[in-house]
Structure formats: structure tokens, C-alpha cells
Design a protein around this ligand. Structure first.
Ligand SMILES: [Zn+2]
Length: 241
């Protein structure tokens, strides 16, 4: 392979590697994974809050149940005093009876509170389960996207690795000063270091070159420099003959 052919092939290989690397970094699966993770974090935070809320409702229910039990115990104790016959004083008995009535009303009220707390707890649990299910669904979707990304990305990476090997072989064909010049121009020109003279035009900067410049290039050999963009300019054999 002559120097000009190897130079053009190397330049094309480098563009191929750049394109594939860019494609890999911009795979839609990757963006989708990042978006989904962002949403998942929000839902997970919501789920944690819902769990805290449910345990608060649990505690509130337990408290109300305990209070109800305490009142019930008091009623039983007061009723036992009445039933024991130990208290014979009429006024004392009346006062005890009033106390028991009052406790019974308190107990009714507490029992209603227990029911309300139970309903609240059930609603809270249902909400928390719904959020937890959304998290699970999101995690499943994330796993699917990751395996899809690994498949598509893996194929791309394989072709990039292959292209890098081919690139090394092409670079090995070039003489050291030419390779060094190519690398320097490529770095300065955002990845594209070589143009081809197509008619009067440099294929890299797409500028029509003046006649005398073309004459100089054609008589100068297979590899020159574009007077417009200063990239390496390959002059095809057809233009030189
Ligand atoms: Zn040019």
C-alpha cells in the first residue's frame, strides 16, 4: 500500500472510530436509563415517605387502642365495685354510676377513633403499596434497558475495537514524519486531517483552489497541503497524469 492510499484509509478509519464512539456515548438506551434513574430516585424518596407515614398511622392506631383498653379496664373495675355490694351509700353509688356512664361515653368516642385510625391506616398502606409497586416496575424496566444497552453497546464496542486494530495497522504503514504530521493536523482540525483533491476542490474544506495552486500540488507529488485549510491534501493519480 502506498503512502497516499494508507493516509486516506487511516483518515477514513479515524472518522469511523470517532463516529462510532459518539454513537456509543449517545445511544438512546443510555439516555433512557439516565432519565429512568432520575425518576426512580424521586419515586423511591416518595416510597420512603409513605413508609414513614404508615408507621406513624400504626403508632396512632396502637395509641388509641391502648387508651380504649385503659377505659374498658376502668369501667370493669368501677362496675366490680358496684357489684361487690361493698358500697351501700346511695350517693356514692349514684356517683359511681355517673362515672361509669361517663367512661362508657369516652369508650364509645375512642372506639370511633380506632375505626377512623384503621381506615386511615388501610388507605395509607394501599398508597404505600402502590408507590412500592411503581418502584418495582421501574427497576424492572431499568434492568431491561441495561441489558438492551449492553447488547447494542457491546456490538458497537466490538466494532470500535476492531477499527482501532485496523487503524494501528494503517498507521504502521505510514512513514513516521508523515504520521506525526497527520496526527498534528488531525488534532488541530477537530479529527479530520486529510482532504482529497477532487477536481479543483479540497474535499475536506470544500474550497475551490486557484489554478496555480493546483498546478503546484499536481507537480508536487501524491501528498501535499491544502492552501486553504492546511490539511494534508492527497492528489489522486488521475490528476497527476
Ligand atoms: Zn482544504
Amino acid at each position: 500500500m502506498d503512502q497516499a492510499t494508507a493516509l486516506v484509509a487511516l483518515s477514513e478509519k479515524d472518522l469511523e472510530i470517532t463516529r462510532a464512539t459518539k454513537k456509543l456515548s449517545e445511544l438512546p438506551e443510555k439516555t433512557a436509563i439516565l432519565d429512568l434513574r432520575h425518576k426512580l430516585r424521586e419515586i423511591e424518596a416518595l416510597s420512603a415517605k409513605a413508609s414513614v407515614y404508615v408507621s406513624q398511622l400504626h403508632a396512632a392506631l396502637k395509641r388509641t387502642e391502648d387508651e380504649t383498653a385503659t377505659i374498658s379496664e376502668k369501667i370493669v373495675a368501677e362496675q366490680a365495685k358496684v357489684n361487690s355490694g361493698a358500697i351501700t351509700n346511695h350517693k356514692e353509688l349514684q356517683s359511681l354510676s355517673r362515672e361509669i356512664d361517663s367512661l362508657a361515653r369516652q369508650k364509645d368516642k375512642k372506639e370511633n377513633e380506632v375505626l377512623a385510625a384503621m381506615e386511615k391506616l388501610e388507605a395509607g398502606k394501599a398508597q404505600a403499596e402502590k408507590v412500592a409497586a411503581t418502584v418495582e416496575k421501574g427497576k424492572l424496566k431499568e434492568a431491561q434497558l441495561i441489558s438492551q444497552f449492553q447488547k447494542v453497546g457491546g456490538e458497537l464496542q466490538t466494532s470500535i475495537d476492531r477499527a482501532i486494530k485496523e487503524r494501528a495497522a494503517l498507521a504502521g504503514v505510514l512513514e513516521a514524519p508523515l504520521l506525526a504530521r497527520y496526527e498534528a493536523v488531525r488534532a488541530a482540525k477537530h479529527g479530520m486531517g486529510v482532504g482529497i483533491l477532487q477536481g479543483d476542490m479540497c474535499s475536506a474544506c470544500r474550497i475551490d483552489l486557484p489554478f496555480e495552486r493546483i498546478q503546484a500540488l499536481v507537480s508536487g507529488g501524491a501528498i501535499g497541503e491544502c492552501p486553504s485549510c492546511h490539511r494534508l491534501l492527497v492528489v489522486p493519480e488521475s490528476a497527476r497524469s
